[in-house]
Structure formats: C-alpha cells, structure tokens
Write a protein that binds this ligand. Sequence first.
Ligand code: 26W
Length: 821
Amino acid sequence: AWKKFAPKPFQTAEEFEREAIRHIETTLARSLYNCDEFATYAGTALAFRDRLIIDWNTTQQNHTFKDQKRVYYLSLEFLMGRTLDNAMLNVGLKNIAKEGLESLGFRMEDIVAQEHDAALGNGGLGRLAACFLDSLASLNYPAWGYGLRYRYGIFKQEIVDGYQVEVPDYWLDFNPWEFARHDIKVDVQFYGSVRKYQDDDGKSISVWEGGEIVQALAFDVPIPGYQTATTNNLRLWGSKAASGEFDFQKFNSGDYESSVADQQRAETISAVLYPNDNLERGKELRLKQQYFWCAASLYDIVRRFKKTHRSWTEFPNQVAIQLNDTHPTLAIPELIRILIDLEGLDWDQAWDITSKTFGYTNHTVLPEALEKWSVPLMQHLLPRHLQIIYDINLQFLQYVERTFPKDRDMLSRVSVIEESNPKMVRMAYIAVIGSHKVNGVAELHSDLIKTTIFKDFVAIFGPDKFTNVTNGITPRRWLHQANPRLSELIASKLGGYDFLKDLTMLHKLEAYVDDAAFRKEFQEIKYANKVRLAKLIKDSTGVSVNPASLFDIQVKRIHEYKRQQLNIFGCIHRYLQIKAMTPAARKKVMPRVHIFGGKAAPGYWMAKTVIHLINQVGKVINSDPDVGDLMKVIFLEDYNVSKAELIVPASDISEHISTAGTEASGTSNMKFVLNGGLIIGTCDGANIEITREIGEANIFLFGNLAEDVEDLRHAHLYGRYQLDPALATVFDAIKHGTFGDASSFSALVNGIVDHGDYYLVSDDFASYCKTQELIDEGYRNQEEWVTRAITSVARMGFFSSDRCIDEYAEMIWNVEPVVPE
Ligand code: 26W
C-alpha cells in the first residue's frame, strides 16, 4: 500500500525543471522572478538529492537484509570537493538536467560552479578517501565512511603582497547533501577515572566513571555509485554538549553565560580541521577529536552488529574496519574496552576479535608525521584506554621476549611506550599490532615501511602481515567530469563509456596513436583546456599567458620534501640564462608558463617562505620586457579540488619531484597523465609504477635514488660535497636582491648551503635542469610529444581506484559486492 505513495524521480528535462522549480519556490521560498544562478544551483541540487535519497534508502535496506560483511572506512579527512556534477553523472541524468537548465536560460558550468567545495581534508590522504568512497559505491560494496563534520574545512588561501593569508572556510551555509540524523546521538566520555573491583566470581572489572560527556550527532551524506543503484553512506559526527550536561545548576543560579560557554566548548571538538599535513603537533583538542570520532563510530558499528547477531565471534565476519593512517588508532583500544568492560568478554577473545577486524594503511614515512601522544595527556583524557594500551604492550612484549629471547634492544625498540620524558605512546605501533594487515600505498613505499619504520615488526609478525595496495583515482571525476571532451573522444573510439567502469579498456586507444584525425582532436582538446586555465590565471592574477606555450604545473601542498623550492630555483636559473642571451638566441627558447599552487600549513614558516619566493620571482619575471612570453611564473591562489579539476587537464608537464623515498605515492601524478600530460619526476612513490606501466620513454625521470639518499645526507654533514655551481649562481641572484629583500629568503638558501641540504636540492639540481632541457626539446617535436601523451593515457588503466578497492576487498577486507535488485 505504501508503494503507491513512493516518490517518483524525474525522467525528462521537463520533469526535472518542474522539480527544480518546485524546490526553488517551496523548499527555498524564493520567487522565480529573482531566480539567480545560486538559486538555480540549489533547486537543481535538491531535485537530484530527492533522487539520491530513494536509491540510498533502498540500498541501506538491501544491505541490512542481505546481512553481508560491511566495510567501514575510518578517516579524519574526506576531501570531497563538489557533489552536484558527480551526482548527476552517477545517476545518469546529466544530459536531462543540462537540457532543462538551458531551457531555463542557464549554462550547466555556471550552475555547477555555484557549489562550495566540501574541503574536509588537507591533501592526498583526504582526496584518496573521497575516491575510495566513489569506487566502493560504484563497485557495489556495502561500505560506510566515518569522519568528522568540521564546521570549518581547510582554510581558504589568499595571496596578499606575495604572502599566504589564511581565511576561515565556513562551508555549511547551504549544504543540501547532508542529513542531520536527530535521532542518532552517541554520548562520548572524556577524563574521569577508572575504578577496579572484583565481581562475585572473582573476575576483575574496570569501570570508567566521572569526567564529562560530549554528544555526537550523526550527519549522513549519500554516496552514489556510477551507473548503479548502490548509494552508500558517509556518516560525519558533529559535537554538542550532552543535553543532560547543560548545567542547570549554573543556569538556575543565573550563570547563563558560563553554561553557554560549556556548550560551545563541546562544539569546539568538531569545529575545525587541523591544517597540518605530515606534521604532528600533539595538541589536546586533536586527541579529543580522534577519540570522539572513534568512540561514536564504534558505538554505531557495534550497535548495528548487535541488532542482527548474538555471537561475538561473528564480529570479524561481519565487520571490516580500515584505519586511514594512524589517526583512528584509538578505535583499537576502544573496541577492546567495549568487548571487555561493557560486554564481559575476556582478554583473549577481545584481542582475537579486534585484530581480525582492523586493517591499517600507512601513508607516510616522514618521522615528524608519526603520531605520538604523551602518556600524561592520555592518562588525563582517556585513563581506561591508557590502561588497555599498557595491557596490549605487555602482552606484545611478552610475546616478543619469548620469540627473541636474546634481543634486549628489540624490546625497547618495539615497545608501544617510548621511554622519553614525558613518555610517549607510539600510535603506529598500536595500529600495526592491533591489525591483521598493514599496507603501504605504492610499491616503493610498502617496501620502505618494511625496511625502516616497521622493520622489527616484520621480523616479529612475518612478512605476510605487510602488503601493498598502490593508490588509484576515480576516472569518473578525474577524467569524465574534469575533461568531458577527452572522455567523449575516448568514448567515440571505444564504443561508449564502459571504460569509466573498467579503465584498463583504455589500452585500445593505442590503436589510434597514428590516426591523424584522432591525434588532431586530442591536441585540440589539450589546447582548449589550456585556454580555459589561461582564463583562470588572468582572472585571478591579472597576468596574461599564451596558451601556445608549454604549461608546466606543480600543484600540491607546499612542503620541503615535495621540493617546490627545486622548481622555483630552476625557474630562476632559466631566467638568468634568458637574460644572458642575445636576442637571436632568445628566439630559440621554448616559451613556458610555470604554474604553482598549494597551501602551506599556517605554522610552517619555511613553506610560507617558498610561497613568498615564488610570488616575488613571478613579479620580477612577468614584467621583464627582455622575457615577455618566453617565461611566466604564476602562483594560483587557493588550490582545491574544484580548481584541480580545471588545472589537471591543462598540463603539458607536471612536476612530482620529491626527494626519493619521501612521497609515499602521490595521486595527482596519475590524474595528470590520465589527462594527457607528461610528467617530470623523481624515482619516488607511484612515479615508479607509472613508469613501468607507460614506459620509460614517456616520462622524464631524474635525480638520485632512494637507496642513495642516506649516504648523500651523510656526505653533506661531513662536508664531502660541493654546492652545485648553477645553483650557486641562482643563490647569488637572490642574495643580490634580484627578487626583493634577500634576507627574506636567507633561511631557505642557508638550509641548503650551511645546514645539510636535507632534501638534497643541490644534489638533484643539475639532473633536474638537464631534464628540463630535454623537455623543451621533446616539446618542440609536437608529433612525438602527442604520441607519447596518447600512449601514456592508453596505459593508465591500472591506476583506477576501482582496481585499488578490489584489491583491498580481496586481500584485506574479505568482502563481496552486493548487487542491487
Ligand atoms: C598528524 C599530522 C598528519 C596529517 C596528515 C600526518 C600525516 C598526514 C597524512 C598521512 C599525509 C598525507 O596526506 N599523505 C599522503 O597520502 C597520499 C595518499 O596515500 C599519498 O599519495 C601521498 O604521497 C602522501 O603524502
């Protein structure tokens, strides 16, 4: 009987218009007579949202009914970007909407551009989580993401006088994609103390009591799969003071303000995303965020399990939890606490269930990024969890001692507690010990973690616990949405869009490498994408760039290990060369536009110095009449996902030039190549596998190898090296004030000249510059260049996040898809 009342989704352009207008007039209470682009976006989004909800409800009912194992992806970051375009594509009604919008007098691009990015992430790790959600739904895996609903996402970056300025990103004014679940609340406890007693059977019981309670409220975001009815759920937790906790004592005694202050203190937990990427700062609020989110998510997962299951031994057959880096490691002691303290299991049962449930993905080997929390802080905030962590450590160290009886050093090396002052809890070790699989994100990285940070653990647990899953990207957003013309061209040759579901089909494009019409169209698309980027550059910086020049792009978080400084020193070197040339020689220079973008962590002074230098160099070069169009240096402000969608398809060359052994994988490298750009890169992260797939002839590799980095660093420290002479000339120009006040940049220069050049900029400089010359030569031969670009696109099928998710499902989660009815 209910069926006849079920909402009917629109099927035609006219029905879509009717729905969008209904929402504009009723849901938004706006008159059609002042219907601007924003209102039209809102009406469109709400019409599509209705459509998503239907599939979402069906999917969740179906998953509950089928009762198969589910995947829970715990990530502090989900860098989703915009949703509308993806929703339209995935439900297959984009053309209908386009037609409808046109008849209302709007262009699709303008409407889609009204949406604010959901920027709940820093960079690679957060964007990877977003690609994974897309693939999980598209492949019909029953999966949920769990994260935090930050009120402020990553800050907006403004460039003022060449310096980065951070502006808060309040993004929730109008967010049609989330649903507040007012009925789903979890009380999360902090502080307090642990009371131990013996029950009637003499069993020791721990009770965590006192302290304070903060309430977690669920906000759900539907995640539609591509061309499937499967619509998964992303649950984000917002914090609020627990209603019972609103201090009526204070309230009644007239201390209204302080009782509101308590409320605000609770809301602070989910207020802001920490903007550090690869730097751990040990802040109490961050630890509170981590526990708040882990506790709420586990409560929710356990509650769902208990609705249909009685035996705890079934838990790992029903639940797979993936830890996206160590940020959710507290979920391990939390599950043990639930099983022992609340459900009455004994240690061995609880441990067995827990370690079968969790998998841990490591995303970085940088020592400053490895999470450690001080024991006193943990004792204060989470007293029961600290006890459990000590218990885990005790059991583990006893096992190690039995296995390696003669190795005393081993015990202190692998102990979860670092014996420093204060003592520190090593979160990555808990994650390794408490999971059944540990993976890195590219082959080199997975090898490195086994030989460096987790070497002892390989000896202890054996090599099979450690595995590799090379990262991937979703071809829906990063090919079809970002580059619709290229996607259409490919579809015209491959007989439709099936390659968006099976990216390995791209290999068939190799048959068209010599097809003149195909090549011409391919080149025209690249040119059009460069024109589009040139317009963004003009609008945001005022600088005109010639789209016929070689576009050389480096966009990613600003970090010393990613070496934007190497790139900008290379630009200065090129500039000095041009300045020294005769007019005749200048005619032979290959014109280039050097484009940078990326945010520096607000407290990362050296990264901010790099941004300042790039802007200063741009200011000088872009207005130098000797240079003209031969060279431009651009810093694009506020790099984010939606800008990436515009930037990525417009590269001729992109730069992925980290010191070998430091970039775990990189994922933008994959995006650029998939869109027909070549790359210059070091032998690092996924660059190595990209090379293996597309062929050495199609990539510009340079620089020292990871295996030599340690020796080179050593040589610097003991003075057995000489500053690269070309780099010395670059430094002279900086010191002479060519790019403004030299003292602004002295720390950057001195870090290389006097302080050990930790990132080996000098060691790689000559090889970098030489390779840039090869690129100029290569680009001159457009015919060969296009062949390389097309061949590369054709060979990128491996890097779909669909492949990646299938590998996780098989090797780590042991879950199967649930095909929708
Ligand atoms: C605790 C501070 C902090 C914050 C973020 C430490 C570490 C992180 C992330 C793990 C850093 C990150 O985003 N890592 C990136 O992960 C990508 C996805 O696997 C990789 O492609 C990048 O190479 C890696 O830098």
